[in-house]
Write a protein that binds this ligand. Structure first.
Ligand SMILES: Cc1cc2nc3c(=O)[nH]c(=O)nc-3n(C[C@H](O)[C@H](O)[C@H](O)COP(=O)(O)OP(=O)(O)OC[C@H]3O[C@@H](n4cnc5c(N)ncnc54)[C@H](O)[C@@H]3O)c2cc1C
Length: 337
């Protein structure tokens, strides 16, 4: 649609339209602005104004989204994107919020979350393989366990990743030597202007923690190809990885998993620990004592404190070892600098 453009805010792709600040102020000022009226008239959609986002993130920090929109199916998703485009409203996608840091000031514009139809899954037997069509809002942990129960191998690495399928695809989530890209066959998506798009595996480029989808693309459904195996074999691999994860990652406090990507040939956690920062605390945010690439929320932490700890880790690792740490976590919303 004409007039739509995209912008990059603090590392997270945000679909952005010109003069939007004025539009937000107008829309928020009145519960019955033309945009809000139109959104409220749409079926299969839940709208919340000035909705605090902390509860939708695993770190449990972050301010409000101007428009928080839960959409239940593909038709309404396309219609909402077209509408937001017409009103020149910036759009951000939120999955399970396990890889984002939302600013204390919150997010200007709309935050979209997929629900309803996007939580569907179907399994198809294909001889030695099983083809799984899974909605982007489906929980990865659920998918991994169902696959194991059905004797489908290939997803064991993802046990314990608390994301949605959409988030795991976009992030090319991985662990223990494997990544999402290994099982992806096809992706159904919607463009920032609401048009349906399909990506075959051959049309996609994956790299470490990135699927390189065009900015603003909303992944809606993913087709995976899993190998048939003995259920007991898959289950025992799963159990071994659960044990490994439990012994190496902090538990008990909210966090966003690894804050930084591992630099080539090294580990971000090892470097942060060697820089003497394990256990370092700013406000209620702390570099975890168990794993220095995790920052934990000790209770009531502010996003700005998490951000300061990230900046400190980056500065010290650069000063002491000459290594540039790149954030894995996506910063979402309005930040001071
Ligand atoms: C305790 C813990 C352990 C973790 N362990 C791992 C691990 O082992 N390996 C690993 O890779 N990660 C790990 N993570 C990080 C995180 O769980 C993964 O990156 C996960 O895939 C993110 O999914 P999500 O749904 O939470 O995405 P979100 O955090 O909600 O979003 C992440 C990014 O994806 C975008 N996005 C989400 N859904 C869509 C969609 N449908 N369409 C387009 N864009 C979308 C968002 O805009 C954002 O840019 C861990 C996190 C925690 C808290």
């Amino acid at each position: 649609m004409a007039g739509c453009g995209e912008a990059q805010h603090s590392g997270i792709p945000v679909f952005h339209h010109s003069n939007s600040i004025v539009m937000f102020a107008m829309a928020i000022a009145s519960d019955e602005s033309p945009l809000v009226r139109e959104l409220k008239s749409m079926p299969d959609l839940k709208l919340k104004l000035a909705e605090p986002l902390a509860r939708y993130t695993s770190m449990k920090v972050g301010g409000p989204a101007d428009y928080f929109i839960a959409v239940e199916n593909g038709a309404v998703l396309a219609a909402v994107l077209q509408l937001l485009c017409r009103f020149d409203i910036a759009v951000s996608l939120l999955g399970n919020g396990s890889n984002v840091l939302v600013s204390d000031r919150g997010v200007r514009g709309a935050v979209i979350r997929l629900a309803g139809e996007f939580k569907k899954i179907s399994w198809q037997d294909e001889g030695d393989f099983v083809r799984v069509q899974v909605g982007a809002a489906y929980a990865v942990t659920l998918l991994v366990r169902e696959a194991a129960r059905k004797g489908c191998a290939g997803l064991e690495f993802a046990e314990g990743i608390p994301g949605s399928v959409g988030g795991a695809l976009v992030m090319n989530a991985g662990a223990y030597g494997s990544e999402f890209e290994r099982v992806v066959e096809q992706v159904e998506a919607v463009s920032p202007t609401g048009a349906p798009i399909m990506f075959t595996r051959a049309q996609m480029t994956f790299s470490y923690r990135d699927s390189h989808l065009p900015a603003g693309t909303v992944a809606t459904r993913v087709t995976l190809r899993l190998r048939k195996a003995e259920a007991a074999e898959v289950d025992s691999k799963l159990r071994a990885l659960v044990g490994k994860r439990k012994s190496s990652q902090p538990s008990g406090f909210p966090n966003s998993g690894s804050m930084f990507r591992n630099p080539s040939g090294d580990y971000a956690g090892r470097l942060i620990e060697a820089a003497g920062l394990k256990g370092k605390r700013i406000g209620q945010a702390q570099i975890a004592a168990r794993h220095a690439n995790f920052i934990v929320n000790l209770g009531g932490a502010k996003a700005k404190d998490v951000r300061r700890l990230m900046a400190l880790a980056q500065a010290e690792v650069k000063r002491q070892f000459g290594v540039e740490l790149i954030a894995e976590v996506k910063l979402l919303g309005e930040w001071e600098e």
